[in-house]
Design a protein around this ligand. Structure first.
Ligand SMILES: [Cu+2]
Length: 464
């Protein structure tokens, strides 16, 4: 009797397992993050330039570019000693939190800033313990004191996922002790949720090649000031915390399927319309090139990057555009040419008399003639073409590195912030020529400040 019972148990267990394997989808995983709130020094325009046209950052925004902000910063583990790098285009945003529907998200939060802070999440499912917002209860996660820790646990349920047929969508997380002050300070970040079964192991959607996130937000640096505002003072119309095309890294390759996640946050002035030049995007099955955004709203659109070039990405609200809510994105041609020459070490700031720069012929043919252009970014933020020519010892043998000179040193080289050098034409010994397909192809930028933000595109040259 007992044996029969056990056998029956085994059959039942076997049937249950077989049923489970066939019908039950794989169990969700737990994705863990270590995120601190930290005060940082933020520069809204690190190049020092209005990069769309190569001008000074206009008044009043150019006067005060750097402010103390508070950001969410990701660390590799619970020691909070090693920062995890994030893509440069994320700018002021906190790290990307990812979940596939069915996953748990566990965020170990440490408050390394001076005030009380929390993380309140949109879109995921949570209980009161994990809501991270001050009102009506007194649980520890609502406001983490300076130096304090809290672990938030959220679940990506069916309602957290994208609309049927789509593979991912964006949500936001932000501080909610004093929400208007915290989001304005920079305590805001993205969550990407993928549909069940449509995520790569890292949580990103299987059907796209590249993702970008853009937060349209007017940061108000005078939010807590009691003085009446003078014009646009203190209002930074930013994309991910950068104004006037200073947002770096929106670079993709021709042919890629690119997903853009858009969001807005802020006040009644934060009514934005995201607009791309050069390409349309698909929004829930419909083609658009303007996507409206209200504070707290998120949108997800897809772009097929099939139109190579450098294109404007902006807010279409006129006042916002004038105030710098713009960036550029770049679609690299699918078969970029290799450069014929490469620029190496230069002595632009250490020179006693004349400038020297190394130039290497990367080709297998001798170079017979060289025309170079060099521009300087000078003290008052003007990009200026240098009138002096480079002396290039010719010919330059195949694979040879040679030292080229500009004998007449420009006055006050210490006032030069950067040099930009690129080839205009090269003539080879066999008579063939090379010239750039686009202005600045094969350029090298030298910055006096080694930590200067890289520029993805060549700004237009302005004669002072
Ligand atoms: Cu706008």
């Amino acid at each position: 009797m007992r044996t029969i019972f056990l056998v029956a148990m085994f059959i039942l267990a076997g049937a249950f397992t077989a049923f489970g394997q066939q019908k039950q989808k794989p169990k969700g995983r737990v994705r863990e993050y270590y995120i601190a709130a930290e005060q940082v020094e933020w520069d809204y325009a690190p190049s020092g330039l209005e990069l769309m046209h190569g001008e000074d950052v206009p008044y009043p925004w150019g006067l005060y570019r750097r402010w103390k902000k508070t950001r969410y910063v990701e660390y590799t583990d619970g020691t909070f000693s090693q920062r995890k790098p994030q893509p440069e285009w994320l700018g002021i945003l906190g790290p990307i939190i990812r979940a596939e529907v069915g996953d748990w998200v566990v965020v170990h939060f440490r408050n390394l800033a001076a005030g009380y802070h929390s993380i309140h999440v949109h879109g995921l499912r949570y209980d009161k313990q994990n809501e991270g917002a001050i009102y009506s209860n007194n649980l520890p996660g609502i406001a983490v004191p300076p130096g304090g820790d809290f672990t938030y646990r959220w679940f990506a349920d069916a309602g957290s996922g994208p609309p049927a047929g789509e593979s991912s969508r964006l949500w936001l997380y932000h501080g909610h002790v004093n929400e208007p002050v915290e989001t304005n300070s920079g305590l805001i970040g993205p969550i990407i949720v993928t549909a069940r079964g449509r995520a790569k192991p890292d949580g990103s959607p299987v059907d796209v090649d590249r993702e970008f996130i853009a937060l349209f937000m007017v940061f108000d640096q005078l939010q807590e000031s009691e003085e009446p505002r003078n014009g646009e003072d203190g209002l930074y119309h930013s994309l991910n915390g950068y104004i006037f095309s200073n947002l770096p890294g929106l670079v993709m390759n021709q042919g890629e399927r690119v997903r853009w996640y858009l969001a807005a946050m802020g006040n009644e002035r934060d009514l934005h319309s995201a607009h791309w030049h050069g390409k349309t995007v698909m929004h829930h099955g419909q083609s658009e090139d303007v996507i409206p955004l209200l504070p707290g709203q998120t949108e997800t659109v897809d772009m097929l990057a099939d139109n190579p070039g450098t294109w404007m990405f902006q807010c279409h609200v006129a006042d916002h555009l004038v105030a710098g809510m713009m960036a550029t994105y770049r679609i690299r041609p699918s078969h970029p040419r290799s450069c014929p020459v490469q620029f190496g070490d230069a002595n632009f700031w250490g020179a006693k008399s004349g400038f020297q720069m190394e130039m290497k012929n990367l080709t297998s043919k001798p170079i017979q003639q060289v025309a170079l252009e060099s521009d300087v970014v000078i003290g008052l933020n003007h990009l200026t073409r240098t009138a002096e020519a480079w002396n290039v010892p010719l010919p330059i043998a195949a694979k040879q590195t040679t030292s080229i000179q500009m004998p007449n040193q420009i006055a006050h080289p210490e006032g030069i912030l950067g040099w930009i050098v690129y080839p205009l034409t090269l003539t080879f010994a066999d008579g063939s020529k090379w010239s750039p397909n686009e202005h600045g192809e094969c350029m090298r930028m030298y910055w006096r400040d080694k930590n200067h933000q890289d520029m993805q595109i060549l700004p237009p040259v302005e004669m002072p």
